[in-house]
Every structure is written in C-alpha cells, then in structure tokens.
Design a protein around this ligand. Structure first.
Ligand code: ATP
Length: 334
C-alpha cells in the first residue's frame, strides 16, 4: 500500500541570536491512509516544529533546510505558495494545543467554519452551513450553538469546535498538537475519544503529538519517540513501549506510572536534553544515557531496523538486552 504521507530526511533550522538551532535533524517516517502515529518526547525535542513544517507554517526564523514531505506524492517543501494553499487544510489540517490559536474570538464559530470551506472550495454559503452543522454534530456539539462566539463555549467545547474547523475541508491527514493539554481531565478523555471515533469513521490518518504516552498508547498504531530533534526509536506502539530498543524510550516509559499493566516501575531520566545550537556530535542521548559506551560519544549511531517496521538510533539496538544486562551486572556490588 502506498503512503499518504512520507517524510524523508527532514531538517529544520531556526535562526537565533546564538546561531543556527537545529530543531529537527534528519527525521524520516511514513503514514498510511487510516493509520495513526504518536510523536512523543520531552519538551523541546522538535514535535511541534515537525508538525508546523508538515503544514508549511513555520515561524519566520524557521526554515526547512533539507528533506522532503510528500503528501499524497506532492512535496510540500518544494511546493509554491499557491500549491501549499491547495494542500493545507484540504489534504492536511492541524488542531493546535490552545483552541484560541485557531479560533478568532470576535467571529461566530459557524462563520469561521463556513469561511474555512468557501475559501478553499467552490461551495455556496448554504452548502457550507449544512456541512458545518453536520460536522458540529459529529464532534458532539449541538448545531443550535453554531452561531455562538468562542467565549460562549467551555474549554472542551472550544477544542471540539477547533476539531470541527479542521475537518471542514475533509482533510485526510489530521495533526493534533497536544490537543488535550489545556483541558481538565474529563474533557481530555472526551476529546481523545472523539479523535478515536473520527479516525475510525472517516478513515483519517492521525498524527498525535503528546507528552501523554498513555494517550498515544491508546490511540496510535505506531509511535515515534523523539529526542533532541531526531527520532530515537519508532515502531508499533505496544511493542515499542513494552519492549524498547533505545535507552531513551526505556527511560521515558519507566518515568510514567503504568501504560500497560505490565509496566509498574517509576523513575525519571536524569539530566537535561542538549543545547540544539551545539548538539553532541555523536549520540545525542549519550550524555544522559545510563548505558553509554565509549563508541556512543565518538560515532553518531545510524538508524537501524531492529525488526520489520521497527527502527532505533542506538549503536546497541540489535543487542539491547545485552546492553541493559551489562549495566545491571556492572552495578552488582563486589
Ligand atoms: N521560533 C523559534 N525560534 C527559535 N527556536 C525555536 C523556535 N520554535 C522552537 N524553537 C526551538 O526548537 C526546538 C524544538 O521546539 P518544539 O517546540 O518543536 O519542541 P516540542 O517537542 O514541540 O516541545 P513542546 O512539547 O514544549 O511543545 C526547541 O529547542 C525550541 O526552543
């Protein structure tokens, strides 16, 4: 089956006062129609930057400096502004963390939804309104509230409205950047259930960016664990989180209470991620890795396939158990 989205060798740099900051460095992944991918990793690892690049919505000081982003075969990196306008929102749409980034506070929500469609497709206002009503219902909002202003909605309702807005042009790929972070626990759960339902109903391909690994475990077929602008490990969600092949994934999974029943330990990864203006030259995680070996500080690890559909950027990915066991043996008091 062909890929709906193919990201290859993506690199994104920001111009900063301290020099060039490599926010994303050689990222590759694919997404099939109807598939969901979770992007996880500590704050600052490049998740949002990746999502903005897929929409060609980087801030002014950000630039894609290498790589391709093929959306249904079309490269959005090389596309003209006109082509980008045809692709953005129609083929790929984004739900931001903060609903008010997407919603105009002084415009009725229904009018914003109508405009989102009529700006992109040759439909009448009446047709667009019909569609807005139908989508409002799909996202669990009453069509009678369509002409409300954003401030008349609760946080959870606003986020539903943002999802409705993103779906107006019937995109096939939906990016959700921390869609529940600003919500209370009940609304968080409801929005996640909504995303799962929409994915199933419309066959949406979903990229869920979240630091909530449990949400990703529940919603996503695959997971890409990012560290310092790179993908440290990627694979089917359950296998990857239950049996990591990268020390960073192992640390990340161990730092949350329990995603799957089998995992019960709780710890945290010591240290902080590197400065992306001057990242470590070899393995970016080596300075914090409890299992680091001399090679890790000398040679950049390649991304290797550890099993079909599973990749890890660790020198010891294919002998991971030995690496972990080695640490445990080294710790035995003599
Ligand atoms: N406009 C910008 N100018 C300069 N640096 C930026 C800019 N936006 C992001 N960065 C830097 O790029 C890196 C990646 O940031 P990004 O926001 O993509 O990470 P993230 O994983 O999404 O984090 P979070 O979970 O906090 O949103 C960070 O080092 C960040 O400081």
């Amino acid at each position: 089956m062909s890929h709906l989205l193919e990201v290859a060798g993506l690199r994104i740099d920001f111009t900063t006062r301290r020099g060039s900051l490599g926010a994303v460095n050689d990222i590759s992944f694919t997404l099939r129609a109807g598939e969901s991918l979770g992007l996880v990793g500590e704050s600052g690892c490049g998740k949002s930057t990746t999502a903005y690049a897929l929409m060609r919505l980087l801030p002014g000081n950000g630039r894609i400096t290498a790589g391709k982003v093929l959306i249904d075969g079309k490269d959005i990196v090389a596309a003209s502004e006109d082509e980008v306008r045809r692709i953005r929102w129609q083929d790929i749409a984004i739900v931001f963390q903060n609903a008010m980034t997407a919603l105009n506070p002084v415009r009725r929500i229904g009018d914003q939804m109508v405009a989102a469609l009529t700006e992109h497709q040759p439909v009448s206002r009446a047709e667009a309104l019909d569609r807005a009503r139908a989508i409002f219902e799909k996202v669990g909002l009453s069509p009678s509230r369509l002409m409300n202003y954003p401030h008349e909605f609760s946080g959870g309702m606003k986020q539903r409205a943002v999802i409705a807005l993103a779906l107006m042009c019937q995109p096939r790929i939906l990016l959700a950047d921390e869609p529940t972070t600003a919500l209370d626990v009940v609304a968080q759960r409801q929005v996640l259930e909504l995303l799962a339902g929409l994915k199933a109903e419309f066959g949406l391909s979903l990229i869920l960016i979240s630091h909530d690994i449990s949400a990703v475990a529940e919603l996503c077929d695959r997971v890409a664990v990012m560290y310092a602008g790179q993908i440290a490990e990627e694979g089917p969600t359950r296998e990857t989180l239950l049996n990591p092949r990268h020390p960073y994934t192992r640390g990340l999974v161990a730092s949350i209470p329990s995603i799957y029943d089998e995992i019960t330990t709780l710890s945290s990864i010591e240290g902080v991620p590197p400065d992306l203006v001057n990242p470590p030259l070899a393995c970016r995680f080596a300075p914090r890795c409890p299992h680091a070996q001399p090679i890790c500080a000398q040679v950049p690890p390649p991304m290797v396939e550890v099993a079909p559909g599973r990749r890890s950027r660790c020198h010891f990915a294919t002998q991971f158990d030995v690496l972990i066991a080695g640490k445990e043996i080294a710790n035995v008091p003599t």
